[in-house]
Design a protein around this ligand. Structure first.
Ligand SMILES: Cc1cc2nc3c(=O)[nH]c(=O)nc-3n(C[C@H](O)[C@H](O)[C@H](O)COP(=O)(O)OP(=O)(O)OC[C@H]3O[C@@H](n4cnc5c(N)ncnc54)[C@H](O)[C@@H]3O)c2cc1C
Length: 389
């Protein structure tokens, strides 16, 4: 395999693997470099929600593009990633949250997201299993869920079948601009070169962006997941509670094998240095209590496993996506703040377009890395990452 390409993609999560895939469809040569295995971090351990509703309006154009890819994933990739276009429903317990559902639905329509808001008798006719404290529901019929274990590796394999050089178990420690492009070096001294570089290294991206004078205030946290024993497959909708009271939030989806996957509540600690995220037992207890409040008939179900993953958050909950503000040919995509799985393939296709054609119709201004300024040095960012972790 050659050590030189048009583009080097650093990070083999859903963003990196899908970008490599779409770059190959544009006939750009690509080296995709992953420290461990593709999909090993957040992209492989998340809840699997393919949810557009509830996103900032600024993300909806990209999110719609992503949904279109999820619908075509099997034919694009030649593999089933268990995408189920089940619909996604948000419910709430408080009047001000119900008002927000109506406001959001009106605003989102202009961005191509059609939602139906139900309350009263109509709500319980549609979802008779819901606890009677539920006040309103916002239904997004075209959203759904998919299997995170399968998705990023499938994009990686499809990119490799199209000719991408997929390098796993290579930890990139240095990225430098040189005449004609970039030099990228691993911890063991291996070197690759390319005209363009995309850094999509999730919770670890800040250490690399700081090398170009663009530190970011990334913090790491671990969303808390649980899965129940299997029961007959009845719940097609992926569903979650929207609330400003963090402890009340819970969401679930049932997979056709019968297990219910749960998430929600306060996140737990996540350590970028050891690459470990923990589940706090108290969070699981609270999650189950809220699940019983939401669907009382499922109260007897046993949780059989819990887990978490290292996710990167930015202060405004918007990701960084787009070109570097200091260095031509360098691009970023990270900091998805708990919701990068759904949007990931849309980011990948948009970045492939941007790197290849030089522009895209998807608005990227809200996601610019320049919004964080260029103050801290590389050294101070390393210290910050360690203390967060
Ligand atoms: C428990 C949990 C539940 C979630 N639920 C949902 C959900 O339901 N829906 C949703 O939309 N989002 C969800 N998310 C968020 C979503 O999983 C992430 O936002 C998304 O996967 C981020 O993808 P990524 O490719 O940017 O990062 P990652 O998946 O973290 O991939 C980055 C990759 O870069 C690699 N890397 C890092 N540094 C280097 C280096 N120096 N050299 C080489 N490789 C490197 C890492 O090993 C990693 O594989 C959840 C996240 C978690 C943790």
């Amino acid at each position: 395999m050659t050590d030189r390409a048009d583009v080097i993609v650093i990070g083999g999560g859903i963003v990196g693997t899908s970008t490599a895939f779409f770059l190959r469809r544009r006939k750009r040569s690509v080296i995709l470099i992953e420290r461990g295995l593709t999909g090993q971090q957040a992209s492989g351990v998340n809840f699997g929600g393919v949810r557009r509703q509830g996103r900032a309006l600024s993300q909806l154009a990209m999110s719609n593009r992503a949904l279109d890819i999820w619908y075509r994933a099997q034919s694009l990739l030649g593999e089933d990633v268990e995408f189920l276009p089940s619909g996604h429903t948000r419910v709430c317990y408080h009047a001000h949250d119900a008002e927000y559902f109506h406001r959001y639905a009106a605003e989102a329509r202009a961005y191509g997201l059609d939602l139906e808001v139900l309350d009263g008798a109509a709500l319980f006719r549609r979802f008779p299993f819901l606890g009677r404290e539920v006040l309103a529901a916002s239904i997004s019929p075209r959203d759904g869920h998919a299997n995170p274990r399968l998705a990023a590796p499938a994009f990686g394999r499809a990119a490799a079948r199209l000719g991408a050089n997929l390098v796993e178990n290579a930890d990139i420690v240095r990225v430098e601009k040189e005449a004609g492009g970039f030099r990228v070096q691993s911890a063991t001294g291996a070197v690759w070169r390319a005209e363009q570089v995309l850094i999509c290294a999730g919770a670890w991206a800040g250490a690399l962006s700081a090398q170009f004078g663009e530190p970011v205030p990334l913090v790491t946290r671990g969303p808390q997941m649980a899965v129940t024993e299997p029961v007959p497959y009845r719940f097609m909708h992926s569903m979650g509670v929207y609330t400003s009271i963090k402890e009340e939030s819970v969401y679930f989806r049932q997979i056709p094998r019968g297990n219910l996957v749960l998430g929600g509540g306060a996140p737990g600690p996540a350590d970028a240095l050891t690459r470990r995220a923990s589940v706090l037992p108290g969070n699981t207890v609270q999650q189950i209590a809220q699940f019983r409040r939401l669907v009382p008939a499922l109260a007897p179900l046993h949780v059989i496993r819990v887990w978490s993953g290292v996710e990167s958050y930015l202060p405004d909950s918007e990701p960084v996506i787009g070109p570097s503000s200091t260095t031509d040919g360098l691009f970023y995509a990270f900091g998805f703040s708990g919701s990068g799985f759904q949007i990931g393939p849309g980011v990948g296709e948009t970045l492939a377009e941007l790197l290849d054609a030089g522009s895209t119709d998807i608005p990227l201004e809200p996601f610019s890395i320049a919004r964080f300024g260029r103050t801290a040095s590389a050294a101070s960012v390393h210290v910050q990452t360690a203390s967060e972790a």
